[in-house]
Design a protein around this ligand. Structure first.
Ligand SMILES: Cc1ncc(COP(=O)(O)O)c(C=O)c1O
Length: 388
C-alpha cells in the first residue's frame, strides 16, 4: 500500500518530530518530497541553504539522537532517473547509527530496574556501538567497560576514552576461529562473571537494538518520503538496523524491497568466513538477531568496493561516509540500470571522518587491499560535470 499526499516544503519534510528514543509523533510526515531539482524557482546559490527555522534547545545530548537528515544524491549515479537518498547517520551526536540502539538498550534497562547507579555496563564493540554506549553511560554516570580488538581504529578508542570508558583489548582469535568476535564475546563473559552488578546490553541479541531502528531510523525515512521507498540498502553486522527496517516495512505494509549489504568473508545470510578489513560490516558468527530473519536480497561487497563507493561519493556529492555505506552505494551503482524510475535509500551508518587513515588513505588502500591510486581512480570512474 502506498501513501500519496500533498507535496511539502523540503525543509519541513525533513523535520520529523521524534522523541529521544525515536518514537515518532504522527505530525510532520510529508509525501511527495522532494520536488525535482529542476522545478525550483530559487536562485542556484541559495537553494541549498538551510531555511531559518525555530531555534530549539535540547535538554541533553541524548535528546539530539535521531531525526538525522535524508540527503538526495544527484551526482553519484549516471542515471538521473534513479531517485537516490542517503540517510546520514553520522549526524547523530556520537557520529553513527549506533547512538540509537545504545540509547534505547540502556534506557530500557534503567526503566525496568535491570541497570542502576552501581551497575557496570559491559559490551563488545568494534567501535560505533562502544562510542554510543560510552556517550549514554557518561551522561547517566555509569561505569562502562568496552571490549575492543586490534581492528578498532585508534581514533574510536580515543573517543571512548574521552567519554570515560574503560577499554579491554582482545588481540588473538580463539583457537580454530578466524574472527576476533568470538574472542571478544569470551572476554565479555569473563567480565560478567567477575563483576558483582554488571549489565551486558548484548547488541547481537537485544530486541531493543532493532526496535530503535524500527521506531527511529526507518520511521523517519518512511515519513520523509511519504512511504514511497522502493529499494532500501542496509549494511549488516548485528543485523539490528536491517531487522528494525524490516519490522517497520511489515507493520506498515510497504512494498519496499530490503537488500542486505554484507561483506565477502562474512557468515551472515549463508556467507563463508574469510578475511575482511572494513569495520562494522559483516560478522564472524551469526548473531541471535539474524536467526530466522529473512531479507529480500543479499548483496556481497569486497573491501575495495567499499573504498570505491566512499571515494566516489566524496567527489560527486561532497559527503564523507564510512566504509560500509560506500559498499552499499556501490551495490546501487552496479544495479542502476535496473533501478531506473525507482526511489532508493542507502543508510550510511557513520562518517568518513572515522576512516581518514584507512579508506581515504592511498597508502593504506595499496598496502591492505593491493589497489594503487590509478586502479582506484579507474574504479571510481568518470565524475559528473560541475554544478555551476
Ligand atoms: C559502520 C557500520 N556499518 C554498518 C553496521 C551494521 O549495523 P548493524 O549492527 O545494525 O547490522 C555497523 C554496526 O556496527 C557499523 O558500525
Amino acid at each position: 500500500m502506498r501513501i500519496v499526499g500533498a507535496a511539502a516544503e523540503p525543509a519541513d519534510a525533513l523535520r520529523v518530530p521524534a522523541s529521544a528514543d525515536g518514537a515518532l509523533s504522527t505530525s510532520g510526515s510529508a509525501a511527495g518530497y522532494p520536488p525535482a531539482a529542476t522545478t525550483t524557482t530559487e536562485p542556484l546559490l541559495t537553494r541549498h541553504r538551510p531555511r531559518s527555522g525555530r531555534l530549539t534547545v535540547a535538554p541533553s545530548i541524548l535528546a539530539t539522537i535521531g531525526n538525522t537528515p535524508l540527503i538526495r544524491l544527484t551526482g553519484f549515479l549516471d542515471h538521473e532517473d534513479v531517485a537516490l537518498y542517503l540517510k546520514f547517520e553520522a549526524a547523530n551526536p556520537g557520529g553513527s547509527v549506533k547512538d540509537r540502539p545504545a540509547l534505547r538498550m540502556l534506557e530500557q534497562a534503567i526503566r525496568t530496574g535491570r541497570a542502576g547507579p552501581d551497575t557496570v555496563v559491559v559490551e563488545s564493540s568494534s567501535g560505533n556501538t562502544g562510542i554510543g554506549l560510552a556517550q549514554v553511560c557518561a551522561y547517566y554516570g555509569l561505569r562502562f567497560v568496552c571490549v575492543v580488538d586490534g581492528r578498532t581504529q585508534p581514533h574510536n578508542l580515543a573517543i571512548m576514552r574521552a567519554l570515560g570508558a574503560e577499554l579491554e583489548a582482545v588481540d588473538a582469535p580463539l583457537d580454530g576461529s578466524v574472527d576476533l568476535l568470538a574472542a571478544r564475546l569470551d572476554r565479555v563473559a569473563s567480565l560478567l562473571a567477575q563483576l558483582d552488578d554488571a549489565f551486558w546490553p548484548n547488541q547481537y541479541a537485544n530486541i531493543h537494538n532493532p526496535r530503535a531502528h524500527q521506531l527511529g531510523t526507518m520511521a523517519e525515512i518512511d515519513a520523509a518520503l511519504g512511504g514511497t521507498v522502493d529499494d532500501l540498502f542496509v549494511a549488516v553486522s548485528s543485523t539490528g538496523t536491517i531487522g528494525g527496517c524490516l519490522e517497520h516495512v511489515a507493520h506498515h505494509d510497504r512494498d519496499t524491497r530490503v537488500v542486505a549489504v554484507d561483506a565477502e568473508g562474512s557468515v551472515l545470510f549463508g556467507g563463508t568466513a574469510g578475511r575482511r578489513v572494513i569495520p562494522g560490516l559483516g560478522a564472524g558468527r551469526v548473531p541471535s538477531l539474524a536467526i530466522g530473519r529473512e531479507v529480500d536480497e543479499v548483496a556481497r561487497v569486497s573491501d575495495l568496493d567499499c573504498v570505491v563507493g566512499c571515494r566516489r561519493l566524496a567527489l560527486t556529492d561532497a559527503v564523507l561516509i564510512g566504509g560500509s555505506a560506500g559498499g552499499a552505494l556501490q551495490v546501487v551503482r552496479e544495479r542502476q540500470a535496473e533501478l531506473r524510475g525507482r526511489t532508493c535509500v542507502v543508510i550510511a551508518a557513520d562518517s568518513g571522518h572515522r576512516y581518514l587513515d584507512t579508506v581515504f588513505d592511498d597508502a593504506w588502500v595499496e598496502r591492505t587491499l593491493g589497489a594503487g591510486p590509478s586502479e582506484v581512480a579507474h574504479r571510481i570512474g568518470p565524475l559528473p560535470e560541475g554544478r555551476l
